[in-house]
Design a protein around this ligand. Structure first.
Ligand code: PLP
Length: 686
């Protein structure tokens, strides 16, 4: 198996070996409670005090407080609660203390959510105001100058987790200074620790939260710096730990581990220097440019931490890039890790004014100061492998009979029907966002496009068809209704009707017109230019009823819709065996036993060809049939042919295989399963 290259350091990091040893030492031997007065307690207290002393030095905390927390989210809550309790007291005393809670537009969600939450709970009645950023991601100081005199609290991060953009904290401090005593100021320093110099007591920063797991300490430990004299209200009260500032028995394993990381920072020699990391970024960027011509970086390098590369590739969704990197054993993330599950555009990149394709197609690759040159070499080699896999022919055109490629975007499905041997293709309903991709695919595979056809299913469809024709250099003026080429042939249907038809290799694509300019296309094997109902394999229909009403489809015909119907792009016509409900899931720990029990089960890998080229095929050493999700349509009839044989679909994470299983289930296969968690979890059980 390919070794894993972890390039998602801004989401979390592995644990530094010395930090692991320190945590184990505490868990195994020095497990005392630092509040106990006996020897075990005193030994634990010594670790706590020594770690705090180190933290004070590393952060330049001066006379400020440094307390241990469960992480940055807790530090943020504590800072916001402290600031708002002070505001409430001043409000009660009739003092003016501002009416705004200002936060950078690109702040981590923990900040804006905490501001809204505590403002509501405490009834402080302030207004949240996002501070805009410029195209480079830097806070607009001109806007801050206007807001600061009316602000009670200003929150601006030190470095952004998605883009790595480093804030101009000196500039912000100057503007706040102009506002006299000015608002309280919180700076989220999570991404700065170990990457930017810190001397907090020399600044006017009031609160600075930190998180251990972003710099080689375990999850569940963090720090909060509070400037001497800044208002403070404990978030948790109880046993009086942390001098009564944060009650609860201390997470000693986490604190000891954090102490080891702080020691590495203070003593030097463990982490790479800024200049070294700059060089590493340049090499990664070079490999990315080589692999993905046209790539754009979403933040200027001179403004960002060298450890974060945020980029987008024209005509590629971030999900596709992620699948490709994952197949090559590289763990990167889409936009920010927290929003990776939703494919929403990044609000950080949107705030910088980037166009939608860059904010919704963004990929973040981030490394850490512990990574070395050999690691970067390996990452560059894998990036190049991903590029080569993409450039390779992603479409297998060698199959017998017509191939069918599904192109889906924004909930719309389009189709390319092609014959590799004859070198011809027809595009049906290309999704508007995939026009360029469709043109490139057809060109790269040397397929001559006979027609770009619409079913009239969707109002944007005709425009997308026109754009694809133009991109392919086809003459739009020559196209008839729904893009039908002038002078194409005819076919006789079984019922005697004569309809327009195109030959695609040995297959025939016949057009059957419906109401109001809609059309369905029937694909079948032609016999003497006659299309019998029994020979219609697929019907491409904008709406479910159109093809069925043509009276030419039979129970085994698969309807290919322009949008999902019952959660699937495919349906069985009336008389078919559509099933409700959901297909079964196979848990990764049950896979081996299932395959032993059901030796006849068919394993189907639905990852795309590029992913398999980048990372290799197979599941737990067992042979699998490769049917990329985008080619499922073409194989449905074969897969449905043997209902007694169970089918287990798998992919990278379990999402695409779940969709494939649902399609087969809807079409009536009684024994389809999807492997929960995909290859990611199966690898742990093989
Ligand atoms: N702030 C920033 C900038 C972050 O990147 C994160 C982590 O994603 C947090 C806050 C939250 O940190 P924690 O996971 O320690 O609560």
């Amino acid at each position: 198996m390919t070794t894993e290259l972890y390039l998602d350091a801004n989401a979390t990091s592995p644990v530094l070996p010395s930090a692991l040893a320190a945590a184990i030492g505490v868990l195994e031997d020095r497990f005392g409670n630092p509040s106990s007065s006996h020897a075990s307690g005193l030994r634990a207290r010594r670790i706590l005090d020594a770690t705090r002393a180190r933290a004070r030095r590393v952060l330049g905390a001066g006379n400020g407080r440094v307390m241990f927390t469960s992480g940055a989210t807790e530090g943020i809550q504590t800072a916001v609660l402290s600031a708002l309790c002070a505001v409430r007291e001043r409000q009660a005393a009739g003092e003016a203390c501002g009416e705004l809670l200002v936060h950078g537009a690109t702040e981590h969600k923990a900040v804006s959510e905490a501001l809204a939450h505590w403002n509501r709970i405490l009834g402080t009645g302030l207004r949240l105001q996002a501070l805009p950023v410029d195209a480079d991601g830097l806070h607009r100081l001109d806007v801050l100058r206007e807001l600061a005199p009316r602000a009670a609290l200003v929150c601006t991060m030190a470095a952004n987790n998605e883009t790595g953009v480093v804030s101009d904290l000196d500039g912000i401090a100057r503007v706040l200074g102009e506002a006299g005593a000015g608002p309280l100021w919180m700076v989220d320093c999570v991404q700065a620790l170990g990457k930017l110099p810190l001397a907090l007591a020399g600044t006017r920063i009031d609160y600075a939260p930190f998180s251990g797991h972003k710099l080689y300490a375990p999850k569940g430990v963090g720090m909060l710096y509070v400037r001497e004299g800044a208002p403070y209200t404990p978030l948790m009260i109880g046993g009086g730990q942390e001098a009564g500032q944060r009650s609860g028995t201390e997470n000693m394993a986490g604190i000891a581990a954090l102490g080891a990381v702080l020691a590495a920072l203070e003593d030097g020699g463990v982490f790479r220097s800024h200049a070294q990391m700059d060089g590493m970024r340049a090499r990664l960027a070079g490999a990315l440019r080589e692999a993905f011509p046209g790539i754009v970086f979403n933040a200027p390098f001179e403004r960002a931490l060298p450890t974060t590369l945020n980029f987008a590739v024209p005509d590629m969704a971030s999900k596709e890039l992620l699948d490709l990197f994952d197949a090559a054993g590289m763990r990167v993330s889409a936009g920010s890790a927290c929003s990776a599950a939703k494919a929403a555009p990044s609000y950080v990149l949107a705030a910088m004014g980037l166009p939608l394709w860059r904010s919704s197609g963004a990929v973040r690759l981030s490394f850490g100061p512990l990574d070395d040159e050999a690691f970067i070499d390996a990452a560059c080699a894998r990036i190049r492998r991903c590029g080569a896999a993409l450039r390779g022919k992603v479409l297998d055109t060698s199959g017998a009979g017509p191939g069918i490629l599904q192109l889906s975007s924004e909930g719309r499905h389009g189709w390319i029907v092609f014959d590799g041997a004859a070198g011809v293709a027809v595009a049906i309903d290309p999704p508007p966002l995939l026009v360029n991709r469709s043109a490139a695919l057809l060109r790269e595979h040397g397929l001559r496009t006979l027609a770009v056809l619409g079913t009239g299913a969707d109002p944007d469809g005709a425009r997308a068809c026109g754009l694809l024709r133009a991109a392919l250099g086809l003459d739009d003026a020559q196209a008839g209704p729904q893009g039908w080429p002038q002078g194409a042939g005819e076919a006789r249907l079984e019922d005697g009707r004569r309809v327009p038809a195109l030959a695609i290799g040995d297959a025939l694509l016949a057009r059957v017109d419906g109401a109001a300019g809609a059309a369905s296309y029937l694909l079948g094997q032609a016999g003497a230019a006659q299309l019998r109902a029994g020979a219609v394999r697929m019907a491409f229909a904008g709406s479910a009823g159109a093809a069925a009403s043509a009276g030419l489809v039979h129970a085994a015909t698969v309807l290919c819709h322009g949008v999902d119907v019952a959660e699937a792009p495919f349906g069985a016509p009336a008389g078919g065996t559509a099933q409700d409900g959901m297909p079964g899931q196979l848990q990764p720990e049950a896979l081996a036993q299932f395959l032993d029990d059901r030796g006849d089960a068919l394993l189907v890998d639905v990852r795309e060809a590029g992913e398999i080229a980048a990372g290799g095929a197979g599941l737990a050493g067992r042979p699998a049939l490769g049917i990329p999700m985008s080619r499922l349509a073409e194989h449905l009839a074969d897969l449905l042919a043997d209902p007694a044989r169970p089918i287990v679909f798998f992919c990278r994470s379990g999402n695409r295989s779940a969709r494939a299983a649902l399609c087969l289930h809807r079409l009536g296969h009684p024994q389809v399963l999807t492997l929960a968690g995909g290859l990611a979890l199966a690898a742990e059980h093989s």
